[in-house]
Design a protein around this ligand. Structure first.
Ligand SMILES: [Fe+2]
Length: 209
């Protein structure tokens, strides 16, 4: 299914087209790419009438990541992150560029750096992003962070675009008390829908690559 599929909400279709254009025009310049994708994200989250309800459902215990779109060439994916009250990620990396926009509520981001022993140590003060705010991650900018719902009494939702099939990338989580990375593959909460999209996309890396 590509970004012109009429089953997609209009604002999401427009964002997918914009990200495809950004990839075509900004090859070789990550800052230019992130700026263009950031503009596309701001347009996407400027309205809140398009996210399918099925991709905005919180889980009572865990934050959820729903796949909204996988580029047929696996150059990028679009996901919704749904945070129940007080929910948080572990400290984690991404290994690809990412653009994050807050659609509902707010989330607090803590950046980390890896010291010489591989331990994740705080890098700067936490930042809280509210509705309409956009932020970026990438291995070049800083790729390790922890994110939590800024609210303890309500759901928050953010939309993310990543430079790959983020649910299948073998990345890592970090224990802030000890050195070392622990392998981590996030998957998608809507696994059957994700499987359907993956079946029409270009082959991804094999599990034993
Ligand atoms: Fe993240």
């Amino acid at each position: 299914m590509d970004g012109d599929d009429e089953r997609y909400p209009g604002p999401l279709r427009a964002c997918i087209r914009d990200v495809g254009a950004a990839l075509a025009h900004c090859a070789g310049s990550e800052p230019a790419l992130l700026a263009a994708v950031g503009d596309a994200m701001r347009r996407l989250i400027a309205r809140d009438d398009w996210l399918p309800a099925a991709c905005a459902q919180p889980h009572p215990q865990y934050y959820r990541q729903y796949l909204l779109h996988l580029d047929p060439a696996r150059r990028f994916s679009v996901v919704s992150f749904v945070w129940g009250p007080g929910q948080a990620t572990p400290v984690h990396d991404h290994l690809v560029w990412g653009v994050i926009g807050v659609l509902r509520g707010a989330e607090t981001v803590e950046d980390f750096a890896l010291d010489a022993s591989g331990r994740a140590v705080p890098a700067g003060a936490p930042v809280t992003l509210g509705v309409g705010d956009v932020a970026c991650v990438s291995p070049a900018l800083g790729d390790v962070h922890r994110v939590r719902n800024a609210f303890d009494d309500r759901v928050s939702v953010s939309i993310h675009v990543y430079g790959g099939d983020i649910g299948t990338i073998r990345r890592a989580v970090y224990d802030t008390g000890a050195p070392g990375r622990k392998p981590f593959v996030s998957g998608y909460a809507n696994a059957s829908a994700a499987q359907a999209q993956a079946s029409t996309a270009a082959p991804g890396p094999r599990a034993d690559d």
